[in-house]
Design a protein around this ligand. Structure first.
Ligand code: SF4
Length: 918
């Protein structure tokens, strides 16, 4: 096939958005017509002018969930990948990346990555492993699962995912297996925000349209770390360059805040009060879109329940609104949130001025830190409803409009089970599985898991209360077999029975799509080595052998494992992974993804035909496709026969995916499930409200919910450039607090939580709200064994002293220079690699959303005489007590109709409706 730039569906102009004129190649990477033979001078040959020739192969970054397009430059002389840049024809990332995209080359070349399957060869946790074959792994794991299915122990097979990085493949597989075995990391990430959004408009994420926006209100440090970092960051900066204004609400002076017109630093957990103050001001001054409110909000339902004696008019509803929020005055907000008195008026003016071109984003700490954090999303979307900026250009879309997930032609039926280890009755409205409670739930239910997959997931380190995870993982009565699917070592993999080396971003097939803007696209991650060989005329049957060592891709692994579980097809499982072209054979990845691209992506077959290739070849060639966009204001579309919502005007429109079909200011669901006092946007005092703190006794709030922008969740140690840039997590502390607490800049501080303490170096800065201390997560790695368990440049070797339910982690060897095949390993100049704070946090599950409330009430002192940098002490008996205190706040199912969960509320792996009933 001849490469042709005109084939690219959404090729950006040579002058990129934002108006910085520069040659295409320098701005966003080479255009597709140059991909077959791209020439650059070899920098290492300087001063000679030695040319090197590359073939550029597109793939998708795997270092966060943004799914940016990458171009791998494969050296034609060696066949090795030389570097990664952005893919200029990717509609989401448009040729740009953050630092983590190009650092993919470090991950590929890392001398400490795992290159072969490993099987435990000693007691679990002993660090003893032996090399094994994939065949042995498939036989062992497939046999276990087959036996579990035969004995109707389906609930004992669990897939626990950290970084998903793909759409639908695994969900479809679990559905084919018939297990309710999906466990995600959502409840330590974003469940709070998701519940708030879902209650309003039935979609659980915001998708801001920064194009044409006039005002952006960003809560938390999302521009540099969250959803969706690079795709959003470039659009936010472009909007700013076009004159849009921006306010950032973040306790910490983040990189994002440094770009803002207004940096607002409230007391953490009070954000909903501030947003409701803005709502009050918009209502009081009459600066709201009454027509939109009247047409699209379920105000009649509200009046029927909360104003039965009233006249039922819209005017009455507005009166009720004004009354509901009358107490959220600027003075109250200033005092409650610890912000300047003019904060409410400034925000209200900006939003009123922007009208339908008001955009916002909310992720991480404001909704993920606090009891009742979900109400922050409720309050924020309320401002969009008032300004009429829902689904408008420059406003805010439901995420479901801007993401496109294609499916294979044939799909298994929904599962029929409900697994209470993931969906316990105590949390009927949780969004989603209560995964971080697993050790407590297994103990409460006296349950076990036979085969436990952790897939690019490191629960011991990522989750709160990691020592309870250690106790669970080392107990073979609770966990029969732990299979860690991971490209690199992690804390959790140290307690695995199988460590299986999965492919990195350029070593695997996945389809991905994300709501990066008002548009839809799909991206295709592919194994670069394999595709390079195909384009060079040497097509391969399998990815194994085209990746380094024995590294395999997951799609082929799961297909092979499914065949071991159901070798003769008698269980009705393997047929979903059987070739149609070669009956009786496993489906190939070419056939699997070719079917999807051929039959499930509108416009792709036509674009491929124009290019003179198949849809699969098109995706392999360009790596992304812009799916025709269905537009905004979609709720105004005429409803199909028998569906939709009837408006007061008598029109029938598709509306929103809520029970009423409207935007639900009032949530009948919360009312019916016993949360009537919380059924409208409101403000809940959090666990770190000032009234809960004794400041004189040294109590402060710890904010651990931010990440430095160059860090990958649990995989930064695998990328030496990133590790050199950021490898420690000092405790941010305001000068006033440093003086009051006797903590010196650069000195050691002890931070004590409800279940333990950690010892960390202090950084005195005015970039944090007084009364709050903060430490970045994503560093503080540790390993128990010198040779395995973690990258040496990124982790400390620790000694773990145990006594009953207590653990003391003490570093016995810090990071430093070491010998390897990479000369850079001898240039490691740093020794401190941060402190693992998450282990000292008890679980604090929000009783509604199920979100772990990350922020901690702590006591801060200077370090004690016996303390050492990096010390971590935990008592799991205390963590159980805290778990029980928080569990006591729940209102367990059954709800109305004997339901475990409202039928309209989704689940990632949704069973049949009957399974929702107890
Ligand atoms: S934003 Fe995420 S997907 Fe994009 S380049 Fe950075 S790490 Fe990769």
């Amino acid at each position: 096939m001849t490469p042709d730039a005109s084939l690219a569906p959404t090729a950006p102009p040579c002058v990129p958005p934002g108006g910085r004129p520069s040659p295409w190649e320098l701005a966003v990477g080479p255009a597709p017509e140059h991909w077959d033979d791209w020439t650059e001078l070899d920098a290492t040959a300087w001063p000679r002018r030695k040319e090197r020739h590359y073939r550029c192969v597109p793939t998708i970054c795997f270092n966060c969930e943004s799914a940016c397009g990458l171009l791998a430059f494969v050296d034609k002389e060696t066949g090795d990948i030389a570097k990664f840049e952005g893919n200029p024809v990717h509609p989401g990332s448009r040729g740009r990346t953050c630092a983590k995209g190009p650092a993919t080359i470090n991950q590929v070349q890392d001398t400490e990555r795992i290159l072969t399957p490993l099987k435990r060869d000693g007691p679990r946790g002993s660090g003893k492993f032996r090399e094994a074959t994939w065949d042995e792994a498939l036989d062992d794991i497939g046999g276990r699962i087959r036996k579990a299915f035969a004995e109707e122990r389906q609930d004992e097979v669990v897939y626990h995912v950290g970084r998903p990085g793909e759409d639908n493949f695994v969900m479809r597989m679990l559905q084919a297996w018939g297990v309710d075995g999906h466990n995600s990391h959502t409840n330590v990430c974003s469940a709070g925000a998701r519940l708030g959004y879902a209650l309003w408009f039935g979609a659980d994420r915001p998708s801001p349209d920064y194009s044409g926006t006039k005002f952006m209100l960003l809560l938390s440090a999302h521009l540099e770390t969250g959803h969706y970092f690079n795709p959003h960051a470039q659009r936010i900066i472009a909007a700013k360059e076009s004159g849009a204004r921006m306010a950032v609400v973040d306790v910490r002076l983040s990189n994002t805040a440094s770009h803002a017109n207004h940096w607002i630093s409230p007391w953490p957990g009070t954000e909903a009060a501030m947003l409701l103050g803005v709502a009050r001001e918009l209502l009081r001054s009459g600066r709201f879109d009454a027509e939109f409110l009247k047409r699209w909000v379920n105000w009649k339902e509200y009046l029927e329940v909360h104003d039965a004696e009233g006249d039922g008019t819209f005017e009455r509803f507005v009166e009720k609104l004004q009354h509901l929020y009358v107490d959220y005055t600027p003075e109250f907000v200033a005092q409650e949130c610890h912000v300047p008195l003019d904060t409410v008026m400034k925000l209200a003016d900006e939003i009123a001025e922007a009208g339908s071109r008001f955009s916002s984003h909310l992720w991480r700490n404001t909704a993920a830190g606090h009891l009742g954090g979900w109400q922050v999303a409720r309050a924020l979307l309320f401002l969009h409803v008032l300004s009429g900026s829902v689904g408008t250009q420059g406003g805010l879309n439901p995420n479901s409009w801007d993401k496109f997930v294609p499916h294979p032609t044939e799909n298994p039926p929904p599962i029929t089970r409900w697994n209470e280890r993931h969906w316990p009755r105590e949390y009927p409205l949780a969004h989603y599985e209560m995964s971080f409670l697993l050790p407590h739930l297994l103990r409460d239910q006296d349950a076990r898991i036979d085969t436990y997959f952790t897939r690019v997931y490191n629960p011991v380190w990522t989750n709160p209360d990691g020592c309870s995870w250690i106790e669970m993982l080392e107990d073979e009565k609770r966990i029969g077999c732990h299979v860690a699917l991971t490209p690199i070592w992690s804390e959790s993999a140290q307690w695995a029975d199988w460590v299986l080396p999965m492919g990195l971003g350029p070593e695997r097939h996945d389809i991905m799509s994300q709501e990066t803007h008002a548009g839809t696209w799909i991206g295709f991650r592919q194994p670069v080595g394999r595709e390079y060989l195909r384009q060079s005329g040497q097509p391969q049957d399998t990815t194994l052998g085209t990746n380094p060592g024995q590294v395999w891709e997951e799609s082929e692994f799961w297909i092979a494992l499914t065949w071991r579980i159901d070798p003769d097809g008698s269980q009705g499982i393997r047929k979903y992974f059987e070739s149609k072209a070669n009956p009786g054979q496993p489906v190939s990845v070419d056939e699997y993804f070719g079917d999807i691209f051929e039959n499930s992506v509108p416009g792709l077959p036509e674009a491929a035909a124009t290019a003179g290739c198949t849809p699969l070849e098109y995706m392999r060639r360009f790596g992304a496709f812009g799916v025709p966009y269905a537009g905004q204001r979609r709720y105004e579309t005429d409803a199909p026969e028998g569906g939709g919502v009837e408006l007061d005007s008598g029109e029938k429109k598709v509306g929103f995916k809520t029970p009423s079909g409207k935007l639900e200011f009032f949530s009948p669901t919360l009312e019916e499930w016993g949360f009537g006092d919380l059924s409208v946007p409101g403000y809940i005092h959090s666990q770190v409200h000032r009234e809960n703190l004794d400041m004189d006794a040294g109590e402060r709030v710890l904010m651990p919910t931010f990440r430095l922008p160059t860090l990958i969740h649990t995989r930064s140690g695998n990328a030496k450039w990133l590790q050199e840039i950021s490898h420690t997590n000092p405790l941010w502390i305001h000068p006033e607090d440093a003086v009051a607490l006797g903590v010196a800049n650069g000195g050691l501080a002890r931070v004590t939580t409800a279940i333990g303490y950690f010892v960390i170096r202090a950084w005195v800065t005015e970039g944090i709200h007084p009364g709050i201390v903060a430490a970045s997560h994503h560093v503080g790695r540790w390993r128990m064994h010198r040779e395995i368990g973690g990258q040496r440049r990124a982790s400390a070797l620790v000694d773990i002293q145990r006594d009953g339910s207590t653990f003391l982690f003490r570093q016995k060897e810090k990071a430093g220079a070491y010998k390897s095949d990479d000369p850079d390993s001898e240039r490691v100049w740093w020794t401190e690699t941060g402190v693992h704070q998450n282990m000292t946090f008890p679980v604090q599950p929000d009783p509604l959303s199920g979100m772990h409330c990350w922020h901690q009430k702590v006591t801060v002192t200077s370090a004690h005489e016996e303390d050492r940098y990096g010390d971590v002490f935990v008592d799991t008996a205390k963590s159980r007590e805290v778990y029980e205190e928080w569990r006591a706040m729940t209102k367990p199912a059954p709800g109305p109709g004997g339901l475990r969960r409202p039928l309209w509320m989704n689940r990632p792996l949704r069973p049949v409706d009957e399974a929702f009933r107890i």
